[in-house]
Design a binder for this molecule. Sequence first.
Ligand SMILES: *[C@@H]1O[C@H](CO)[C@@H](O)[C@H](O)[C@H]1NC(C)=O
Ligand SMILES: *[C@@H]1O[C@H](CO)[C@@H](O)[C@H](O)[C@H]1NC(C)=O
Ligand SMILES: *[C@@H]1O[C@H](CO)[C@@H](O)[C@H](O)[C@H]1NC(C)=O
Ligand SMILES: *[C@@H]1O[C@H](CO)[C@@H](O)[C@H](O)[C@H]1NC(C)=O
Ligand SMILES: *[C@@H]1O[C@H](CO)[C@@H](O)[C@H](O)[C@H]1NC(C)=O
Ligand SMILES: *[C@@H]1O[C@H](CO)[C@@H](O)[C@H](O)[C@H]1NC(C)=O
Length: 249
Amino acid sequence: MFIFMILGLLAGIQAQVTPVFVQTGTDLLLEVKEPVVLKEADLFTWSVNDSVHVVTLVYDIETLVSESYKSRAELSAQNHSLLLKNVQKGDSGVYRARVSADKDITVAEYSVTVLDPVSGVKLTVKLCSSDSTNVTVICSTEDSLINSTFTCDTQTCSHEGGERAEIITPGASLDVYLENGSVICNHSNQVSSTRDIQQIEDFCRKPEEISGVGFSIYRLKIYVVSIGLVIMMCAVISVHVVEKLKKKR
Ligand SMILES: *[C@@H]1O[C@H](CO)[C@@H](O)[C@H](O)[C@H]1NC(C)=O
Ligand SMILES: *[C@@H]1O[C@H](CO)[C@@H](O)[C@H](O)[C@H]1NC(C)=O
Ligand SMILES: *[C@@H]1O[C@H](CO)[C@@H](O)[C@H](O)[C@H]1NC(C)=O
Ligand SMILES: *[C@@H]1O[C@H](CO)[C@@H](O)[C@H](O)[C@H]1NC(C)=O
Ligand SMILES: *[C@@H]1O[C@H](CO)[C@@H](O)[C@H](O)[C@H]1NC(C)=O
Ligand SMILES: *[C@@H]1O[C@H](CO)[C@@H](O)[C@H](O)[C@H]1NC(C)=O
């Protein structure tokens, strides 16, 4: 009894499931780490969810590929690794490589999750306090958003806090944080990440200041151009007048 328990424990340790996350549409290689030696009457199988036999190697000679995996699954003759091409979300599941001899031995076990890459993010300034010290930003994706508040002086900002919106996409995380004087909005899951970055100085520039400066330069240009035009016209007219006066004489 006791020995069986120890054997059970050892088997449990040996058959550790390796989690694997893979992006939709890519190829997945599931490796058998230890060399597999098959005797004449042995079967080698890669199965999913203990139900579908993806590939079966009979007597180390003939390879059978399940109908639903034809042209998508390849078994390496050298090391018994399984290559699954163009994986889709339905391919998620527990993959096991097994040698069936006198007893079954699991030689590799992976828990595979196929995920779509995350969508893009957008970081926007929602609110600036009147003195520009408190800045609330929103980090949003197609289906979720979080807002976050920063307290800034003229040079630096620190993270004040904010509420976390519900994240609808499972397995993905949305984060807002400060790094090197930039606010970063990060959307990531196990297979991909997208981010939007803004410099602190770009926040809360007073709109009146920007348009004010722009306007006065614009005005100055108009003044210079119109004064120039007036002077030119005066010159032309006076030349005309002088010429006419000369002719009259
Ligand atoms: C097993 O074989 C495949 C294809 O031949 C190769 O890509 C992979 O690197 C090999 N893995 C090991 C562990 O040798
Ligand atoms: C394996 O089982 C999981 C959960 O029951 C399911 O989502 C997945 O589609 C199955 N995988 C295959 C290849 O049948
Ligand atoms: C900025 O936020 C702090 C803490 O939330 C608050 O005490 C302070 O009054 C705010 N300042 C302005 C100008 O809104
Ligand atoms: C942050 O978002 C929550 C939930 O959408 C909202 O109730 C809260 O007023 C927002 N805070 C700020 C400062 O915009
Ligand atoms: C932050 O700044 C330091 C020093 O200026 C630099 O070494 C580091 O790579 C920067 N990190 C990022 C993520 O830009
Ligand atoms: C942000 O994105 C990087 C990849 O660019 C990722 O490694 C990191 O875990 C993400 N950070 C957070 C806090 O989500």
